[in-house]
Design a binder for this molecule. Structure first.
Ligand code: F6R
Length: 615
């Protein structure tokens, strides 16, 4: 859950590393560090805080010249965020320097053994143990850095993407990967290393993504050498042409990535169904489903695994698959599922949902389900990510890079994909008439324009935010398809504004949460005309009688809820199964504005990271 960047070439490494770290800050941002080598001297600068703090410290305390560098932005696992625990870490001799994303699980026993042999440690990190283990192997076995890294990695248990520099071999960087992502950018007599391609996208479109258990020796003036960590076999790099463009990873005039990504949703949803939703032909084309249709049609059930917001998208899909396609669905937290010894058979289809495609628990759940014989389908946003590679088949959401730590467009595009799958299965099973199917496709095609319409409420939502920005608690209620939206709304508020928020099925309120309601308590109720409308109105009455404040998301032209609620936000009418694509948007904007008014860091909320690569 950290970001790593490295450079070796003809340019000054410092600006490349700093800019790269800023782009990778979504992966962790509690401390940062940089290492530079100018051909003679090694310079190291590390600090608690953000990359901006590192920039300030480095520019005032070290020589920032050098054509080789390594940088790291951290999400603490072993040891609190402070200057000493920040990466890069050096070996005892001072010759080796390492950056690491991941966790070395058996670091304590290795550390103890190294201490007994005279090694001393400054930090509390597992990474400092690894660099000293590499050093010991190198000295004891009298081998070069690459071999030493390989031998050392065969002694560790855990996950890593590492880059290592050796002062005695200053024209090379050795990198290795297991479980955490690592991309190598190939330029003209220069190489880049990073957790994803964003740090080098303006320099090269050619990249190699290391596979698990691969390492590479990157030497200036030479082709990269890839080998397997386990058995030393030579591996051959596949150079991929990157599709990313620089505008996609910049804020494009918005104050925050989160706001930009909220506003990108009409385009993102359209990109998700583009080429797949063929309304005129009355079909949905999705290669991953088309090629495995029998698996889906013959499945006993569909199990959906995911974490966080992606899990909420899975919950929406539970309604869609059962309601439209009549397939039994179970939705599981990946972290619970993987350790529960679940009953899985080869008649099960498992759908794993993940924006990043790197979430450790989701990845582990996939591996387990595969071992037990299930067919595994991935819904990911990041192309080429670990989950995309690990699954038997899948569909990308094509939402474009999501950089704000709070997930927004990933959620709506995941729902779009999952709805298309449900519609397709319903059609194949003959559940729908042609005309109903056609009407649903047309409705889905019209969703981006309706999302645009919802976005027009931004100013109104900002005004509502002003009223409730100092609340300490907030309740979110929804029923049916909009129950998961209530959960998602509450998650958005708590994660970026630090206000305690709970999402509940509206009817469940009277079994406990109702005790919380008083005149201080804002209650966000999703009360669209389709789906349990009258019942939700009864729930609103129950809140009103206890003086709770009601912010209602309603269908355009609504009268009944409007009369009862303190504030209403209208969304256009749509078919019930598609309402989450519209009702989610005001909740995203509400949490954005509240967080901003409370002075919170919207794009980088405390303690969080975008890519959760630790379990
Ligand atoms: C919340 C959020 C997280 C992620 C979760 C899963 O806004 O972003 O809850 O949804 O960490 O991440 P992915 O989808 O990358 O597997």
């Amino acid at each position: 859950m950290c970001g790593i960047v490295g450079y070796i070439g003809q340019r000054d490494a410092y600006p490349i590393i700093i800019k790269g770290l800023q782009r990778l800050e979504y992966r962790g941002y509690d401390s940062a560090g940089i290492f530079l080598y100018d051909g003679e001297t090694m310079h190291l600068s590390k600090t608690k805080g953000k990359v901006e703090d590192l920039k300030h410290k480095s520019e005032t305390s070290i020589d920032i010249s050098g054509k080789l560098g390594l940088g790291h932005t951290r999400w603490a696992t072993h040891g609190i965020p402070n200057d000493i625990n920040s990466h890069p870490h050096s070996s005892n001799s001072g010759d080796l320097v390492i950056i690491h994303n991941g966790i070395i699980e058996n670091y304590e026993s290795i550390k103890k053994a190294l201490q007994e042999r005279g090694y001393v440690f400054e930090s509390d990190t597992d990474t400092e143990v690894l660099v000293n283990l590499i050093e010991e192997v190198k000295q004891k076995e009298q081998v070069k850095l690459g071999k030493a890294v390989q031998i050392a990695l065969n002694q560790v248990v855990g996950a890593y993407a590492i880059a290592v520099f050796d002062r005695t071999k200053p024209d090379e960087i050795v990198v290795a990967k297991l479980g955490s992502p690592l991309a190598i950018g190939i330029g003209d007599n220069e190489y880049f290393v990073a957790s994803d391609a964003s740090p080098f996208i303006e320099f090269t479109n050619n990249a190699v993504y290391l596979e698990d258990e691969e390492m590479a020796i990157i030497r200036l003036g030479k082709e990269i050498k890839l080998r397997k960590i386990k058995d030393d076999a030579i591996a051959y790099p596949t150079i991929q042409e990157l599709q990313l463009n620089i505008e996609e990873i910049e804020k494009g005039g918005y104050d925050h990535f989160m706001l930009k990504e909220i506003y990108e949703q009409p385009r993102a949803i359209l990109d998700t169904y583009r080429g797949r939703l063929r309304v005129n032909q009355g079909i949905i084309k999705m290669a991953g489903i088309d090629q495995n249709l029998e698996k889906f049609l013959n499945a006993n059930r569909i199990i959906i695994v995911a974490c966080g917001t992606s899990w909420h998208a899975g919950l929406v899909a539970e309604y869609t698959f059962e309601d439209l396609a009549r397939v039994p669905v179970e939705v599981e937290y990946a972290s619970e599922f993987r350790y529960r010894n679940p009953v899985i058979t080869d008649k099960d289809v498992l759908i794993a949902i993940s924006q990043s495609g790197e979430t450790a628990d989701t990845l582990a759940a996939i591996k387990m389900a595969k071992e037990k014989g299930a067919f595994v389908f991935g819904v990911c946003n990041v192309v080429g990510s670990s989950i995309a590679r690990e699954t038997h088949a899948g569909a990308y959401t094509h939402a474009g890079p999501e950089i704000g730590v709070a997930s927004t467009k990933a959620f709506t595009t995941q729902i779009t994909i999952l709805t298309m799958i449900a519609l397709k299965l319903a059609k194949e099973k003959g559940i729908f008439s042609e005309s109903r199917f056609h009407a649903l496709l047309t409705e889905l095609e019209g969703i981006p324009a309706k999302v645009e319409k919802v976005l027009e409420s931004n100013v109104l939502i900002e005004q509502i935010a002003e009223v409730y920005k100092d609340s300490t608690n907030c309740l979110y209620l929804g029923r049916g398809y909009n129950f998961p939206v209530a959960l998602e709304g509450a998650l958005k508020l708590k994660e970026i504004s630090y206000i305690h928020a709970e999402g509940y099925p509206a009817a469940e309120m009277k079994h406990g949460p109702i005790a919380l309601i008083d005149e201080q308590m804002p209650v966000v109720v999703i009360a669209t005309r389709k789906g349990h409308y009258e019942k939700v109105i009864s729930n609103i009455q129950e809140i009103k009688s206890r003086h709770g404040k009601i912010i209602a998301v309603v269908t355009e032209g609504d009268e009944m809820v409007t009369e009862l609620a303190d504030h209403v936000i209208e969304v256009p009418e749509t078919t019930e199964a598609l309402t989450p694509l519209l009702t989610t948007i005001p909740l995203q904007l509400l949490s954005y504005h509240i967080a901003l008014m409370r002075g919170c860091n919207v794009d980088q909320p405390r303690n969080l990271a975008k890519s959760v690569t630790v379990e």
